[in-house]
Ligand binder design. Structure first.
Ligand code: GLA
Length: 392
């Protein structure tokens, strides 16, 4: 695929991306939440419909024990299939076999661990798995979720044929506001109605793509599509290239490091999608790499972009950071190792020399004047943080 930008455009683009986005003032209205991309865990990628209160409790325990909570993962989100019906007053009913104590008790448990609870619904008549949807029940469902102590709602877009996405998502967002509880609102209409044009100010995150699968090409498709909409992202509202597949087994550890690095460059929500109760030490180390998480969570809140230079399979992705530096991912999409070089004057950096730190090796590489070159493994990434030392 051709890079979307030419290098001639990079410096002014990086400069404009360092400025607060026009939409960030509007986004501040959403309870002031998600000033940096939301972090958490979601059941769907690994468990599908096999959700239960036992799974959610054990996952919350593991998020604490593994150090994920302290690294920033906050929301424990139950995806589709928790709900089975509406009762005679129209209130959503959880599957009593799987959630015998109900959602409120689960929220209490998760809160006692210092975490937030997330839940799933659908803007249409039914969820993607055929459970009751929120259409026509917006006020009631928003009040129910708030009363249960829910902190995050993901709203899907199945069974919504002929409906208007901006209207329905705005309706539910307003219902959530009336319900009075600060709740993260996650829009999941797969980018099919150009949410980057209207979702800032409605949701805190909006999916840009179809569902990710646990394969290298799928991850790259979601990266490339999301990269087209960098300008829509900013504090309060983020492009969402879908939940992480790190640790689910369909990619190599090197590919997962690349996946996690690129989500950080995109300032994407970091929503783990694996079984955190039984993850390997390597998976845990990827998900809790604080240097990489700091790139994602950088308070400047700018989504990184692809530099338009070099062969299409050897890419340079750059994200401006609050301290005036840059996070740079050297991405090798090919199946052979490659030397990739980042030239500092094309990164919009005004400095005679910079410090370079490798964020996967956790090693300072020293001072460099004009460029940084690394050998990048096949289907891999070298991720560095570049900090200016002296101004020009
Ligand atoms: C859609 C969403 C997924 C997941 C499933 C649940 O496919 O995009 O993220 O929520 O529905 O059915």
């Amino acid at each position: 695929m051709r890079p979307p930008f030419t290098s001639r455009l990079i410096a002014p683009l990086l400069f404009s991306l360092s400025m607060p986005s026009a939409s960030s003032a509007v986004q501040g209205a959403l309870h002031g939440l998600a000033r940096t991309p939301p972090m958490g865990w979601n059941s769907w990628n690994h468990f599908g419909c096999d959700v239960s209160e036992q799974l959610v409790r054990e996952t919350a325990d593991a998020i604490v024990a593994s150090g994920m909570r302290d690294a920033g993962y906050h929301y424990v989100v139950i995806d589709d299939c928790w709900e089975v019906a509406r009762d005679s007053s129209g209130t959503l009913v959880a599957d009593s076999g799987r959630f015998p104590h109900g959602i409120k008790a689960l929220a209490d448990y998760v809160h006692a661990k210092g975490l937030g609870l997330g839940i799933y619904t659908d803007a249409g008549s039914n969820t993607c798995q055929g459970r009751p949807g929120t259409l026509g029940h917006e006020e009631q469902d928003a009040r129910t979720f708030a009363a249960w102590g829910v902190d995050y709602v993901k709203e899907d877009w199945c069974h919504a044929k002929g409906l208007d996405a901006p209207t329905l998502y705005r309706r539910f967002r307003e219902a959530l506001e009336r319900a009075g509880r600060p709740i993260i609102f996650s829009l999941c209409e797969w980018g099919s109605n150009q949410p980057w044009e209207w979702a800032p100010g409605i949701g805190h995150l909006w999916r840009t793509t179809g569902d990710i699968s646990d394969k290298w090409p799928s991850m790259l498709v979601n990266l490339d599509v999301t990269a087209q909409h960098a300008r829509a992202a900013g504090p309060g509202g983020w492009n969402d290239p879908d939940m992480l597949e790190v640790g689910n087994g369909g990619m190599t550890d090197g590919e997962y490091r690349a996946h996690f690095s690129l989500w950080a460059i995109l300032a994407a929500p970091l929503i783990a999608g694996n079984d955190v109760r039984s993850m390997s030490a390597t998976t845990r180390d990827i998900l809790t790499n604080r240097d990489v998480i700091a790139v994602d969570q950088d308070s400047l809140g700018v989504q990184g972009i692809l530099m338009g230079e070099g062969p299409p399979e050897h890419q340079i992705w750059v994200k401006p950071l609050k301290d005036g530096g840059r996070a740079v991912a050297l991405l090798n999409r090919s199946s052979a190792p490659a030397k990739i070089t980042a030239h500092f004057n094309r990164l919009g950096l005004r400095a005679d020399s910079v410090r370079v730190r490798d964020l996967w090796d956790h090693a300072d590489r020293g001072a460099f004047g004009s460029q940084y070159q690394a050998t990048v493994p096949a289907h891999g990434v070298v991720l560095v943080r570049i900090t200016p030392m002296a101004s020009r």
